[in-house]
Structures are given as structure tokens and as C-alpha cells.
Design a protein around this ligand. Structure first.
Ligand code: FAD
Ligand code: SF4
Length: 559
């Protein structure tokens, strides 16, 4: 295409194909733009997804170790971050819970007052829910029924609810496993199969029932002309023709993410860029580009106000459980144990026991060395006095069938910062490192709930090993780092996700979220991206002059 400023390979390049990236690609193609999506992860189909988590090479993402799966864990001083890496981003490994946060989140953080969020967002949540096929979960598995019983026993039974999930469920009375032509988009979408409640959503759905992005947003983006480049990692984005603000377009450089020796370096040009590499991915890439001088004007607020949703992963194992606790959808239900604290019942499918390596006996006490000692003492006492029971709760095999994971989230303010530094132990290059006050490693009320759960089910309460050993919580919901704000002195993008300091450059992913949502974030990321894309004009009328607006006189709260 020949334009005023010269030929470009694409109008827009989208970096990452998760929730923000797939929405962006679909909506931009719909508006008539030529779009490429660069995705570091692989493309997955029911045929190549792993059967269980023991297929580490197909589950875990560490290409340098020949692990080319779709799930990754990154370890930082303050937090362990779990995230997806695939064509379809986190949707391939996510548990498909799609919840709206309470309205109060729009009054918190640096986005407060920048738009009439409470009036604008409902329409975008509606569109996002329709596109993702979100509906109330109709399948309550044994783990959900136990959660209900325990919630009733502790006096919060009225808060128990079935989650909303992005799953194609069978009509009432019909069996799962039935394949039908596209039920969602008037026949325009792919054929689908009804859910059989195998509990395998986080291992990738091998049955075609989970509404992953490659079955909706990304499917339509590709169908209507977007080019998706799998296993392609973006390593550089720099303005073209010496125009530092990007007004003459950008050069995007990529390498092949799954090869080590022949990295297959390529260059593409485009007029606009959408960063959708997830909170962690966009922060990491933008830090690298700011530091090497490719995008030096990215706000110094990059990496600030990273939120972990105040989360704690605990659980209960019921050795010899008569019921198969892995049945149901991955997150089938939830309950509120107090105004701020939300617990969901989570499961892995039977046989996917690899995560048990990170589980251990729940231990209270103050974080730090005394807690480690207490844990060692508990382990020793349990092994000496109840050796068989201890073996049965710690043995990996049977873990998924016998366990309910309790995902506890709190909608409270609190954040850490990420920086780009050369660590003392490896001075050869810079890495993303976490800074700031420690996030609480465990939520006492959630631990009490797990203990009550264990008491009522005859099981044992469990927690995550890194939480005890390193005083580091785990989260699958890292948010923030490129937050929406009134100016470059407060955040990285404006209220329309335009990057301060550059033209035709956007961030659409979890990194823009400026408050702790207290619920799983993918529906909000989808709705926010729908909103951001709604402001971009159709291709024929684009002036290619879209720049962030600084706003003054905004009342900032909770920053
Ligand atoms: C096990 C698990 C279960 C979860 N369950 C739920 C749930 O039930 N409900 C919910 O709401 N959320 C859930 N989440 C969280 C959810 O997956 C994320 O919040 C969501 O995917 C974030 O969307 P995103 O658009 O920010 O980016 P992502 O969906 O993470 O997509 C970003 C993509 O960018 C790619 N990328 C990164 N860097 C580059 C680069 N340099 N070049 C090219 N590509 C790049 C990545 O490979 C990735 O595919 C879960 C997460 C995990 C790990
Ligand atoms: S429970 Fe099983 S069939 Fe249903 S969506 Fe999850 S993985 Fe697919």
C-alpha cells in the first residue's frame, strides 16, 4: 500500500494475541486496516494440546529448555506470576471465569475521573460477553458443592454463586460432547462441541468447548484478513524516518521465539502499533525499548503500580475422596467470605498432578524464617506421627482428583513496582525486577476458610511452597505497569489507551488496568480493549495523527 509517508507492510502491527490483542486485531480489520499479529507462543489445536500436565514440554513455556507449551511461571522477589503464551494468549490456559468487577474500581487508581467509566463500560462488557460467549455455569461439580457447604457452615452461604464462564455448555438435560455448527455468530464462526465437565480448561480444552480467542475474536480477525505470525517474538519497535514521535510509522523487528540458533530475524513496517503482550510482556518489551533508545519517550511511570489482585492460592486435599474433585469446569463457583475477600473453587483435570510439586501443608505464623521453621516442624511432626497420612497428602499422583484449589482475591489497594536493572549476580544484561513493599503472602481469613474446609471434608489444608519458603505470593492476574492516567507524569497511556509521547501507538492489555479489580480480569481487559478500539476511525478516514491527550484538573484518588 502506497501512502503519503511511503509503503508499509501493514497499517497496524499488534504485539501479542491475548485478550487485548485479539480484540484489537478483529476491530481494526473490521475498520478496514491491514493488520498483522505477532505472537511469541505456538498455535494450539485439540490434537496437539497435552493430555496432562506431566507433558511438561507441551504445557510449560521455556523455549531455551525445549519446553514449548502455553503456560509460564516467572519468579520475582515480590511475586510469582503465572501467565499464558500462545496464539490466543492467556485464553488457552485460562479457567474461563468471566466476571465484572464492582463499580467502585472506576473510582480508584489513576483512571478515576478520566472518563465516565460507569456509564461507558456496561456496553463494552455486553459486547465482550457476547463475543466470548459468557454464560452462567450450569455444571456444579463436587468441588463446587463442597464450597457451597463450607460457605454455609461459616455463615456466608448466601454469597455462594455460580461463576460466569466462557464455555459452550449443553442445553439443560442434554449430554456434553455434542458437536454442532457455530452456535454463537449466526453460522459465521467455527463449529463447537458442548462441555463434558472434564475440568481440563487450564490444560487447554481438547474438546472444543472452551471459548478461546481463536474461536471468536482472533478467528474473525484472521477470517477477514489479519495475518497471525505464531512463534514470532517482537524485539524492537522504532520510529521510521527519524520522526521521533512515530508520525512517519514504525519499524518492527522480530525473531523466531522457538529457535535458539537460527533466530530468523525479520523486519516489518507499519503506521501504528498496538502493544498487547500482557502486563508482564508489554512492560518487559517497553522497558527494553526505552532503555536501548528505540522508544526513549515512553513515560518514566512505566513499571509503576503493578497489581497482583491481592491474591493467595491455597487448597484442600482429601486423600481417598469418593468424589472426583476434578470434575466440573475449572472454576465453577465462588463465595465472598467478607466484603473484600472473594474465594473461588478451582481444579485441574484428573491426571494433571504436576502442580502438586508446589503444594505443601498449610502453615500459619509470621512470614519469614520463623514460618519456614514452623512449616518444617509441622512436616516433621506429621511425618513421624502420621506417616501414611502425610505420604497420601504429599504424593503427587492423584492430586488433581483429590484436591480443591481455593483462589482467594481481595479488592484492596496495594501494588509493587517493576524496574529494569542489572542484577548483582548477573551483570551482563538488564532484567525486569520487582521493587516496593512486600505484598501480603497470605490472607489469614482465607487460611481459616481452608482449614474449615479441610475439617468438614476430612481433608488437609494446603498452601503454595514458594509462599512459605520465600514469602512470595503467586498470582495468575498480574495487572498494571502501563496504567491509564491523566498525563505522562502519572501513567503510560491516556484514557483512550494512546501512549504518551508517540503517535498511533496504543497499549491494549492487562497492563493498562489502574485498580485492583478483585475478580478475574480477562473480561475487563476485553471490554477496555473494545472501548479503546471504538475510538479509532475507519481506515478510509484515518488522518494517522492520533496522539495522547494530557488532562489537567482531574481529581486523582487512590493513586
Ligand atoms: C492458569 C491461569 C488461569 C487463569 N484463569 C483466568 C480466569 O479464569 N479468568 C480470567 O479472567 N483470567 C484468568 N487468567 C488470567 C488471564 O489469562 C489474563 O489476565 C489474560 O490472559 C491477560 O490478557 P492480556 O490481553 O493482557 O494478555 P495475554 O492474554 O497474556 O496475551 C499476551 C500475549 O502476548 C504474547 N507476547 C508477550 N511478549 C511478546 C513479544 N515480545 N512478542 C510477541 N508476543 C508476545 C504472549 O505470548 C501472550 O500470548 C488465568 C491465567 C492463568 C495463567
Ligand atoms: S471442562 Fe473440559 S470440556 Fe469443558 S471447557 Fe473445560 S476443558 Fe473443555
Amino acid at each position: 500500500m502506497e501512502t503519503q509517508a511511503g509503503p508499509f507492510d501493514f497499517d497496524f502491527i499488534v504485539v501479542g494475541s491475548g485478550f487485548g490483542g485479539s480484540v484489537s486485531a478483529h476491530r481494526l480489520v473490521e475498520k478496514g486496516y491491514r493488520v498483522a499479529v505477532m505472537e511469541m507462543g505456538r498455535r494450539w489445536t485439540p490434537e496437539n494440546l497435552p493430555r496432562t500436565s506431566w507433558s511438561l514440554h507441551r504445557w510449560f513455556w521455556r523455549p531455551k529448555l525445549a519446553l514449548r507449551g502455553f503456560f509460564n511461571m516467572r519468579f520475582f522477589r515480590h511475586v510469582t506470576i503465572l501467565h499464558g503464551c500462545a496464539v490466543g494468549g492467556g485464553s488457552v490456559t485460562y479457567a474461563c471465569t468471566s466476571l465484572r468487577p464492582p463499580d467502585k474500581v472506576w473510582d480508584m487508581g489513576s483512571w478515576a475521573g478520566l472518563a465516565d467509566w460507569k456509564t461507558e463500560m456496561p456496553q463494552h462488557y455486553e459486547t465482550a460477553s457476547r463475543m466470548l460467549g459468557v454464560a452462567e455455569n450450569t455444571i456444579l461439580g463436587p468441588a463446587d458443592k463442597l464450597l457451597k457447604q463450607v460457605a454455609e457452615a461459616v455463615g456466608v452461604g448466601q454469597t455462594f454463586y455460580r461463576t460466569n464462564v466462557a464455555v459452550f455448555q449443553a442445553a439443560e438435560g442434554q449430554p456434553g460432547g455434542q458437536t454442532v455448527p457455530d452456535p454463537y455468530f449466526g453460522g459465521e464462526g467455527p463449529e463447537r462441541t458442548t462441555c463434558n465437565a472434564c475440568g481440563g480448561c487450564m490444560m487447554g480444552c481438547r474438546h472444543g468447548a472452551k471459548n478461546t480467542l481463536d474461536k471468536n475474536y482472533l478467528y474473525f480477525a484472521e477470517k477477514h484478513g489479519a495475518r497471525v505470525f505464531p512463534e514470532t517474538q517482537v524485539v524492537d519497535v522504532r520510529p521510521l524516518r527519524g520522526r521521533a514521535d512515530g508520525s512517519a510509522g514504525y519499524e518492527v523487528r522480530t525473531v523466531r521465539s522457538t529457535s535458539w540458533l537460527n533466530r530468523g530475524a525479520r523486519k516489518f513496517t507499519c503506521r501504528g502499533v498496538v502493544f498487547s503482550a500482557s502486563a508482564l510482556g508489554s512492560m518487559e518489551l517497553l522497558f527494553h525499548l526505552k532503555d536501548k533508545g528505540s522508544l526513549p519517550h515512553i513515560s518514566d511511570q512505566l513499571g509503576k503500580r503493578v497489581r497482583t489482585n491481592s491474591e493467595s492460592l491455597i487448597g484442600v486435599r482429601v486423600p481417598g475422596s469418593r468424589d472426583d474433585l476434578s470434575k466440573g469446569v475449572a472454576i465453577g463457583s465462588g463465595a465472598y467470605i467478607d466484603e473484600h475477600t472473594h474465594i473461588e473453587a478451582v481444579r485441574y483435570p484428573a491426571g494433571s498432578d504436576a502442580m502438586s510439586m508446589l503444594a505443601t501443608i498449610l502453615t500459619g505464623g509470621r512470614p519469614g524464617p520463623t514460618r519456614v521453621l514452623l512449616w518444617l516442624k509441622n512436616l516433621l511432626v506429621s511425618s513421624l506421627f502420621h506417616p501414611i497420612k502425610t505420604f497420601r497428602i504429599l504424593k503427587p499422583f492423584g492430586w488433581a482428583r483429590e484436591s480443591v484449589i481455593l483462589l482467594c482475591m481481595q479488592a484492596l489497594e496495594g501494588h509493587i513496582d517493576m524496574c529494569w536493572e542489572r542484577p548483582w549476580f548477573w551483570p551482563f544484561r538488564k532484567f525486569l525486577v520487582s521493587r516496593g513493599a512486600k505484598v501480603p503472602t497470605y490472607i489469614p481469613k482465607a487460611n481459616e476458610f481452608a482449614q474449615k474446609f479441610a475439617q468438614l471434608t476430612g481433608g488437609t489444608a494446603m498452601s503454595m511452597l514458594p509462599e512459605i519458603l520465600f514469602n512470595v505470593p503467586g498470582t495468575a492476574h498480574c495487572l498494571g505497569g502501563c496504567v491509564i492516567a491523566s498525563s505522562a507524569s502519572q501513567g503510560v497511556v491516556d484514557y483512550r489507551h494512546r501512549v504518551f509521547g508517540y503517535k498511533n501507538m496504543y497499549v491494549c492489555d492487562g497492563s493498562v488496568v489502574a485498580a485492583n479489580l478483585g475478580v478475574n480480569p480477562s473480561l475487563t481487559i476485553t471490554a477496555l480493549s473494545e472501548r479503546a478500539m471504538s475510538f479509532i476511525p475507519p481506515a478510509q478516514t484515518s488522518q494517522w495523527n492520533d496522539a495522547a491527550e494530557e488532562q489537567t484538573g482531574i481529581a486523582q484518588t487512590g493513586v
